[in-house]
Design a protein around this ligand. Structure first.
Ligand SMILES: Cc1ncc(COP(=O)(O)O)c(C=O)c1O
Length: 380
């Protein structure tokens, strides 16, 4: 049985051509560390790492130098770097009612940090008018998911960012489900920080991600890790300049080589073209669902305010059982359950049963969508 991969919200598959070749090339032919030795292979690895930072800076119209693109093992590490590095006892933080645990868990374990949740409607859209009332004198951060990993709803980040900028509160986006899926302009959204995974819409390998940090915020963060950076080796103290301040230890160079190649593909294809493809398929999926009884679509039908993450609640059967049958009987690979986002499910009315999530990617086709719809109809 052929399989249809519709789990791109977890991690994208397949990767663009050339990604694995570049990883193999690094492992077989380069092998050197960066920032340490100065022989030719080490310099090449340094150049690829710099090019990776530059590509990310360009993609997100980041106004700071590429040094402020901190490379991390994923969006979770980027969000931990921000949240744990910034907030202190007595501080207050605002999130939305649609967060992933990559935001909630680092936040809720901090001692004496209070959290307010911006309410969201039943489609997952934040009540932006309520935001000014939640901001306090001790609010040190507003951080939220740009796009929901449960239902694809995209927040109006520009409007939220404008309110934060007016009140002088740093605004950070968890762009795990939007980076590479829709254009993001760092300054236009009034961002102070942007956390992205490398391995989802940016099409790189697992174990890659980044935190893009405005300089004023970067200066205030305590790094999560400390260790060798290959720089300032005369000192036993961590350098305070970027990116070294946040990048101790040996880097994931096979990942960087692969991700750099993936970003070349993203840049050459263009995020608007990637979005157009994904949303044409999303439209086909949503239209097809309309005719299928006994399933409920979670989230919005408005294509201009969503990404291709489609959650379905099977009303007459257990969702986990449906996901199992989707794979074993039809070869459709999805994710079921709560998707690491319990509060989002509470908002959407799908807690605790969860949903079956179908998530589209650049390599998804109309045939994939039709196969999924056929299977949903048969199982519903
Ligand atoms: C909204 C959201 N935030 C954060 C993450 C964590 O990303 P990573 O796997 O790169 O750590 C995910 C991953 O599913 C996500 O969907």
């Amino acid at each position: 049985m052929n399989t249809v991969y519709l789990d791109n919200a977890a991690t994208s598959f397949p990767k663009p051509q050339g990604v694995s070749d570049r990883m193999k090339y690094y492992l077989d032919c380069v092998g050197a560390n960066v920032n340490r030795s100065v022989y030719t292979a080490a310099q090449e690895a340094g150049l690829v790492t710099l090019t990776l930072r530059q590509r990310l800076a360009r993609l997100f119209r980041f106004p700071e130098p590429p040094t402020h693109v901190i490379l991390t093992p994923g969006a979770t590490f980027a969000l931990n770097t921000l949240i744990s590095g910034l907030l202190r006892p007595g501080d207050h933080c605002v999130v939305s009612g649609m967060e992933h645990n990559a935001v909630m868990r680092p936040l809720l374990r901090l001692p004496e940090v209070s959290v307010s949740r911006l309410p969201c409607d039943s489609e997952g859209f934040a009540d932006i008018a309520a935001l000014p009332g939640l901001l306090r004198d001790n609010t040190k951060l507003v951080v939220m998911a740009h796009g929901s990993n449960v239902c694809g709803t995209v927040q109006d980040a520009e409007a939220i960012g404008r309110i934060c900028a007016d009140r002088g509160v740093p605004f950070a986006l968890d762009a795990a489900q939007t980076a590479g899926h829709l254009p993001i302009d760092f300054s236009a959204l009034h961002l102070s920080a942007l956390a992205v995974p490398g391995h989802k819409g940016l099409l790189g390998p697992g174990g890659t991600g980044a935190l893009l940090l405005r300089d004023d915020l970067a200066q205030r963060l305590t790094p999560l890790t400390a260790g060798g950076t290959g720089s300032a080796s005369d000192s036993e103290y961590l350098p305070d300049y970027l990116p070294d301040k946040f990048e101790s230890g040996t880097a994931n160079l096979p990942g960087y080589y692969g991700w750099e190649a993936a970003l070349r593909f993203v840049e050459e294809t263009g995020v608007p073209a990637l979005r157009e493809h994904e949303m044409a398929l999303c439209s086909r999926f949503l239209q097809g669902l309309e005719d299928i009884p006994h399933v409920r679509l979670c989230g919005t039908r408005d294509l201009s305010r969503r990404v291709g993450v489609i959650s379905v609640d099977f009303l007459r059967r257990d969702n986990a059982e449906a996901a199992y049958a989707l794979e074993t009987e039809y070869g459709i690979l999805t994710r079921c359950g709560l998707h690491c986002a319990p509060s989002a499910h509470r908002t959407l009315g799908t807690f605790p049963q969860g949903t079956v999530r179908f998530s589209l990617g650049f390599a998804s086709t109309e045939a994939d969508v039709d196969a999924a719809l056929h299977a949903i109809r048969a199982l519903a």
